[in-house]
Design a protein around this ligand. Structure first.
Ligand code: AMP
Length: 164
């Protein structure tokens, strides 16, 4: 058993009932014995990065967990699978995306897990909800405050608005 670590997760959905998918993912996380949810950000509606697809809903979570990072990733993948599975003969595309953004101040570079998440510094839809949760949070790799990373971003096409 390792000591509890604070971790930050990013959640996103752009298929089906997006808010419901995010709520269900949070509720499944709440049922995990080795994990406690400390804070949940607002929901944000965000334009997709890359190819054309429906708008996303995004949120961030602050958790405390005794799961080591690989076990936490396994847990997230299981929830993604559970929620992405629909009745009927076919599996539809994933309805929820769960990422580990920070795990304490650790820097991890395994084949299947990179922490801090390799893309988070370029993504407004991750930075804005994170900033809402913990305005003084710093990137453990570059040591820069996330507010500064956000302020220096140059990707004006990435729209993020608070979902009422
Ligand atoms: P994606 O569907 O784009 O979120 O990619 C999921 C895959 O990225 C997973 O199978 C993970 O093995 C890998 N991955 C690498 N680093 C992370 C991270 N920090 N959080 C979540 N998944 C990660």
């Amino acid at each position: 058993m390792i000591r509890n670590e604070i971790a930050y997760l990013s959640l996103g959905s752009n298929r089906g009932r997006r808010a419901e998918n995010i709520r269900r993912a949070i509720s499944q996380l709440r049922d995990q014995p080795d994990l406690r949810i400390k804070a949940i950000s607002s929901l944000y509606e965000t334009s997709p990065v890359g190819f054309k697809q429906p708008l996303y809903l995004n949120a961030a979570l602050k958790i405390k967990t005794s799961l080591p990072p690989e076990k936490l990733l396994e847990c997230l993948k299981k929830i993604e699978e559970d929620l992405g599975r629909h009745p009927g003969p076919r599996w539809r595309a994933r309805t929820i995306d769960l990422d580990i953004i920070f795990y304490g101040r650790r820097l991890l570079r395994a084949r299947n897990l990179v922490v801090p998440h390799p893309q988070f510094r370029f993504r407004r839809f991750v930075l804005i909800p994170l900033l809402e949760l913990s305005p003084r949070l710093k990137d453990p790799k570059t040591k820069k405050p996330i507010g500064q990373i956000l302020a220096n971003l140059t990707s004006p096409d990435q729209k993020v608005r608070l979902k009422k």
